[in-house]
Design a protein around this ligand. Sequence first.
Ligand code: IPE
Ligand code: IPE
Ligand code: MG
Length: 234
Amino acid sequence: MEAGVPEHVAIIMDGNGRWAKRRGMPRTFGHKEGAKTVEKICRDADEIGIRYLTLYAFSTENWSRPEKEVSALMKLFLKYLDICYKNAMKEDMCCRIIGDKTGLSEELNESIRKLETDTADHKGLHLQLAINYGARDEITRLVKRVAEDAAKGTLSPDDIDEAFISGHLDTAGIPDPDLLIRTCGEQRISNYLLWQCAYTEFYYTDVAWPDFNREELVKAVEAYRTRDRRYGKV
Ligand code: IPE
Ligand code: IPE
Ligand code: MG
């Protein structure tokens, strides 16, 4: 790996809708193009030397979008998971879905199980896709499990420290992101990886997700290299 390349990059893939609108196309067209960017960026990230890539695909808040858009996105995820499976087999990618899977259809859960099981031992890029993910929801789910175990008497307050929490979030076993990229101009975190991003460097670009490419990723990595990091890794 080249020196100074972030080990873990998280991306808020934003701007599919605006990208499509600018072209006089429906928002769902932007989502389809965005899915193609996901495929390409996984390869680019791997070649650049990034080990972990965590992509925000659907937030817990995104359910409030028009029903038609939500169902188009769910269909697209199903299709993308199939493509992702094939690529993961070819490229040795290890894939995991983070978020509340209980809120997803049985069909999606089936694809997710297959993808996660069959790629679990892969040694290439570690790809985390956040679907029905919200950091507040992730923390709430964890606190509920902890309360249940405490009530049963299998967990005591002394068992709980920061490592315990990190080790029981959806991202258990994955190092915290070094760099968080958000595309298409907004500069907010939108309920993404709140615990994990405590010392992550942020990078914003005006480029919309369907136009994001290797060159833009390299720009973000170059900007990251100039940062004087605190508490994170060097
Ligand atoms: C990001 O693009 C993709 C998802 C949230 C699913 P948007 O759909 O948020 O596109 P904009 O921000 O409206 O342009
Ligand atoms: C964040 O983008 C969620 C994803 C990229 C999946 P949004 O477009 O949904 O976020 P807000 O609504 O602008 O905060
Ligand atoms: Mg958006």
